[in-house]
Ligand binder design. Structure first.
Ligand SMILES: Cc1ncc(COP(=O)(O)O)c(C=O)c1O
Length: 447
């Protein structure tokens, strides 16, 4: 398609008026995206790119799905908006909650809606404190992981363990405690799996005891580290954590904003380990990003614990259960089920992992790991000592730019590089992705 405005014109207006997130203020990549179809993006110059990261790990069913646009349009014409607070309801929100209950992990049957992942996490944190308040206790502390990412609002930023996200906005919310995560390649305890006997999981119990069981409200973590590295945990991690939280009377919140809706090869990542959280945050893949939407799922005990006779749940967003978002979510869940996209993520994800693990033969590629269609790896200066490249060389940023030049969008997740393509990707398309990355990684170290 020809555009009436030139790329330069768009870029001029962009720099003049648009403030970009996670960008040196006033900078752009120089690319203006204009169209998307399947796993492909196209810019205003007509150049095509493989979307190796599904936008922001969110376009699970791929770009250009007319049925999602139709679902939004039909709902907007039928009922554009009516609130859900003060007991109000509407057809779309009921259908969405009911559909979610059918696909959610065992025992998660009650849902609160919002506009994205940050609001979903914030809701979990507030409801955890409310739950314990209702029980007549003063439990308020939230434990979370180093290198986790939970969102951009104050509570979610306070839970976030990627501390560069919060340090310019201090003071953050009081009552948040961070503990080491499950990234075995750089184990905070200097141990090796499995001889470590999951020190990272057991450490949660030490921290709860140390902080005082009567003060800790919840533990929140991503089932696999997302923005902080695309790292899956060892198999024993989540069952151990579930057990600790149960024994120590601490709510378990799993943040499935990235890992939900088929991304890891199951509909939800906790289903890999058969555990049931007390609450779970969801967003991104819930509508495949066709509209901004989020949800919190709750187990029965959690839901019951929110009931305060005579007092409403004082927590709302204007767009809690927005009709068009609900309708798109329902259609998106139908697509995920009908096209068995979680199964595709498991199958093609395994192929992607194996193809990328082949690159570990290269002198600077290390710690390739993933689950379903999530994959992360490090590029290091010295593999024997695991020494990273000098940050001043900006090796990761340069690789991302070189790949973009060659028609592949991928990105840094914390200090790791990674891929999270749409769940419709094929093994042939994975070969194209690896074909672009291999020569770039072979050419390391940077000249
Ligand atoms: C695990 C996780 N939780 C929460 C969020 C925040 O979601 P949002 O950006 O939709 O507010 C993100 C965003 O990337 C995320 O990765």
């Amino acid at each position: 398609m020809a555009y009436t405005r030139s790329t330069e014109d768009y870029l001029r207006a962009d720099v003049a008026h648009f403030v970009h997130p996670i960008t040196d203020v006033g900078q752009t990549t120089g690319i203006v995206f204009a169209e998307g179809s399947g796993i492909m993006l196209r810019d205003t110059e007509g150049k095509e790119y493989i979307d190796g990261i599904s936008g922001a790990m969110c376009v699970n069913v791929g770009h250009g799905r007319a049925e999602l646009a139709d679902a939004a349009r039909d709902q907007m014409l039928k009922l554009s908006y009516t609130p859900t607070f003060r007991g109000n309801t509407h057809t779309a929100v009921v259908e969405c909650a009911e559909r979610l209950a059918q696909i959610a992990p065992y025992g998660i049957e009650h849902f609160f809606f919002c506009s994205g992942g940050s609001e979903a996490v914030e809701t979990c944190l507030k409801l955890a404190r409310l739950y314990w308040r209702n029980k007549g206790t003063g439990k308020y502390k939230i434990v979370s992981l180093f290198n986790s990412y939970h969102g951009a609002v104050y509570g979610a930023t306070s839970a976030t363990g990627l501390n560069r996200m919060g340090k310019n906005y201090e003071p953050l919310v009081p009552g948040f405690v961070h503990i080491p995560n499950y990234y075995c390649y750089r184990c905070a305890f200097g141990k090796s799996y499995p001889q470590c006997e999951l020190h990272c999981a057991r450490f949660l119990e030490e921290v709860i005891v140390n902080e005082g069981e009567d003060t800790v409200a919840a533990f929140i973590a991503e089932p696999m580290l997302g923005a902080g590295g695309m790292v899956p945990p060892p198999a024993e991690y989540w069952p151990m954590v579930r057990d600790i939280c149960t024994r120590r009377n601490v709510l378990l919140i799993t943040d499935e904003v990235v890992s939900g809706f088929g991304r890891t090869g199951k509909m939800f990542a906790v289903q890999h380990w058969g555990i049931q959280p007390d609450m779970m945050s969801m967003a991104k893949g819930i509508t495949s990003a066709y509209l901004p939407f989020g949800a919190v799922g709750m187990a029965e005990g959690m839901y019951e614990g929110l009931k305060t006779p005579g007092t409403p749940l004082f927590h709302l967003y204007t767009y809690s259960g927005h009709p068009a978002c609900c309708a798109v979510a329902v259609k998106n869940m139908e697509i995920l089920m009908e096209e068995r996209l979680a199964d595709n993520a498991a199958r093609v994800g395994q192929y992607l992992l194996e193809r990328m693990q082949e690159l570990e033969e290269l002198p600077h590629v290390a710690a390739v790991d993933g689950l379903g269609l999530t994959l992360g790896f490090e590029v290091v200066a010295d593999k024997a000592t695991k020494t990273p490249f000098d940050p001043a060389l900006k090796v990761g940023d340069r690789l991302v730019a070189q790949a973009r030049e060659r028609g592949l969008m991928f990105r840094m997740f914390g200090e790791r590089l990674g891929l999270t393509p749409p769940l419709i990707i094929t093994t042939e398309e994975v070969d194209r992705v690896v074909g672009i990355l291999r020569p770039l990684l072979e050419a390391l170290p940077p000249a």
